[in-house]
Write a protein that binds this ligand. Structure first.
Ligand SMILES: [Zn+2]
Ligand SMILES: [Zn+2]
Length: 256
C-alpha cells in the first residue's frame, strides 16, 4: 500500500479525468490521496472531493504564490478546518522564486497558518522555495514544532532538511527525485531517513519519469517510491510501508 501525501485533484488539468485517476490509484495500490487547498475560492471543491470519496482527504490553506486574494485570518482557517475530512492546514509557506518585491504579506500569511495549526492541532503542509532561511526562522518564531507537519515537494539542501526534521517535520519528495538532472535532490533523499519521509506527486504537475511532461496523477507516486528505494538500496515494499505509516502518523485524524 502507498499514499500520495500531496496532490491537487481539483485543478482543471485533472479534475475532468477523475474516474481514470481513481482507477489508476486502485491499480497501483495508492490507497489514500491528500488533496491540498491553495485558495479559499478553490477550497469548496477540495472539500467536496474529500466528502465524496472516503480515501481522499483535504487540507485548508492559501498558497504563498496567490498574491491577489483577500487576507486570511486565523478564525477563518479554524472555521473551515473544523471537519474530520480536513486533516491539515496548508499549503502555506514562502516562495521567493515565483514572486519578488516586498513579500511581508507572504510572511504574515504564513504566520497566520502556523497559529491556526497550533490552535486546532492539525499539522502544517509547508511549501518553501528560495526562502529556506526565512521559512525556518518563522517556523521557530511561531512554534511550528507544536503543530508538526511536512515540508512538501522538497528541493532544498540536506542542512535545511535536517533543520526541519529537528522541528519534528517530515520531508516529502515528489517526482523531481526521478529526474535525471536532479542530482542534489537525489543526494538529499539518500540522506533523509525513511522514518522522516513522505512521498507525493504534487499532481497535476511534476510527473515523474517515465511520464515527465505529462499530466501527473496520484497513481504515479509509485515511481517516486521506486526511485527512493533505488537511491537508498531499500526494497520498494519497505519504502511503501514506512512512508505510509509516516502518513498516518502525521495526519493522525485519518483512520488507517
Ligand atoms: Zn507547493
Ligand atoms: Zn501543492
Amino acid at each position: 500500500m502507498l499514499v500520495d501525501s500531496h496532490c491537487h485533484l481539483d485543478f482543471p488539468e485533472i479534475a475532468d479525468q477523475l474516474d481514470a485517476v481513481l482507477q489508476l490509484m486502485r491499480e497501483n495500490q495508492v490507497e489514500r490521496a491528500l488533496c491540498v487547498s491553495v485558495t479559499l475560492e478553490d477550497f469548496p471543491r477540495v472539500r467536496r472531493l474529500a466528502e465524496t470519496y472516503p480515501h481522499i482527504h483535504a487540507s485548508v490553506g492559501v498558497h504563498p504564490d496567490y498574491e491577489k486574494v483577500d487576507a486570511v485570518s486565523v478564525e477563518e482557517l479554524l472555521a473551515l478546518a473544523d471537519s474530520p475530512r480536513i486533516v491539515a492546514i496548508g499549503e502555506t509557506g514562502l516562495d521567493y522564486f515565483r514572486l519578488t518585491g516586498d513579500l511581508e504579506w507572504q510572511r504574515e500569511r504564513f504566520r497566520t497558518h502556523i497559529r491556526a495549526a497550533r490552535e486546532c492541532g492539525k499539522p502544517l503542509i509547508i511549501h518553501t522555495r528560495a526562502a529556506a532561511e526565512d521559512t525556518l526562522r518563522i517556523m521557530r518564531e511561531e512554534g511550528a514544532d507544536k503543530a508538526g507537519g511536512v515540508m512538501h515537494c522538497f528541493t532544498e539542501s540536506a542542512e535545511v532538511a535536517k533543520a526541519a526534521m529537528d522541528l519534528g517535520f517530515y520531508i516529502s519528495f515528489s517526482g523531481i527525485v526521478t529526474f535525471k538532472n536532479a542530482r542534489d535532490i537525489k543526494a538529499v533523499a539518500t540522506a533523509v531517513p525513511l522514518e522522516n519521509m513522505l512521498v507525493e506527486t504534487d499532481s497535476p504537475y511534476l510527473a515523474p519519469v517515465p511520464y515527465r511532461g505529462r499530466t501527473n496523477q496520484p497513481g504515479y507516486v509509485k515511481h517516486v517510491a521506486e526511485e527512493i528505494g533505488r537511491l537508498k538500496g531499500v526494497p520498494f515494499d519497505q519504502v511503501c510501508s514506512i512512508t505510509t505509516k509516516n502518513f498516518f502518523n502525521l495526519f493522525n485524524s485519518i483512520k488507517g
